[in-house]
Design a protein around this ligand. Structure first.
Ligand code: GSN
Length: 223
């Protein structure tokens, strides 16, 4: 029997959360190994487990994978969530990259200064740049690409929930996106993931921020 997938990251969302979402949508069970102190991180470096000295790291199919996008692509390919051909795939990647850009802006907020101004800028970009793209595509499509579920849909679901946490009611002007969210939440695996007690992580709190900074020996914040 194949080894269960192992995720190495903090006990928090960060860059691993999209991987958790995708594995969930693919109905792949995984175990999590949380980095809680610098010694664990130094040991992973020592063991040669982190090619670029960074997490996320995912053990799957006898490999230790790093780089979030590479990991997402591997899982998407393996579980048929990456379109039927290269034209579907490039469209899926375009949506996915856009969603990751937007989610990253929110992800780094707790490590940033001037968060009020930044939040305002993110809200404007979400409403004017990103959500209109998905609203238009979902007008006459159930899924974003190729009439079937892909990693782009999974990340859009993750992203819409993240946006609503920060900007209550933001989807009011985007009924197709809201309807998509409703459809996605009926997917049995996603529905379970949305229940309390699942492996979905909460919004970052002070403990998470402190842990990340401690593990990387950081006292910096993004400008
Ligand atoms: O997407 C990726 O996996 C990489 N391009 C970046 C991964 C990354 O930045 N990892 C951070 C922790 S997660 N948060 O941002 C990391 O391991 N930083 C330590 C370091 O020395 O860069």
């Amino acid at each position: 029997m194949a080894e269960r997938v192992k995720l190495h990251y903090f006990n928090g969302r960060g860059k691993m959360e999209s991987i958790r979402w995708l594995l969930t949508a693919a109905e792949v069970e995984f175990d999590e190994f949380y980095l809680t102190n610098r010694e664990q991180y130094l040991k992973m470096l020592d063991d040669g487990d982190l090619m670029f000295q960074q997490v996320p790291m995912v053990e799957i199919d006898g490999m230790k994978l790093i780089q979030t996008k590479a990991i997402l692509n591997y899982i998407a390919e393996k579980y048929n969530l990456h379109g039927k051909d290269i034209k579907d795939r490039v469209k899926i990647n375009m949506y996915t990259e856009g969603l990751m850009d937007l989610m990253e802006m929110i992800m780094i907020l707790p490590f940033s200064q001037n968060t009020k101004t930044k939040l305002g800028n993110i809200e404007t970009k979400a409403k004017e740049r990103y959500l209109p793209v998905f609203e238009k595509q979902l007008l006459d499509h159930i899924y974003l690409v190729g009439g079937r579920l892909s990693v782009a849909d999974v990340l859009l679901m993750e992203c819409t929930l993240m946006l609503e946490e920060k900007f209550v009611g933001i989807l009011a002007d985007f009924p197709n996106v809201k309807a998509f969210q409703g459809r996605m939440s009926k997917n049995p695996a996603i529905s379970r993931f949305l229940q309390p007690g699942s492996k979905r992580k909460p919004q970052p709190d002070d403990v998470y921020i402190k842990t990340v900074k401690g593990v990387f020996d950081l006292n910096i914040s993004f400008p």
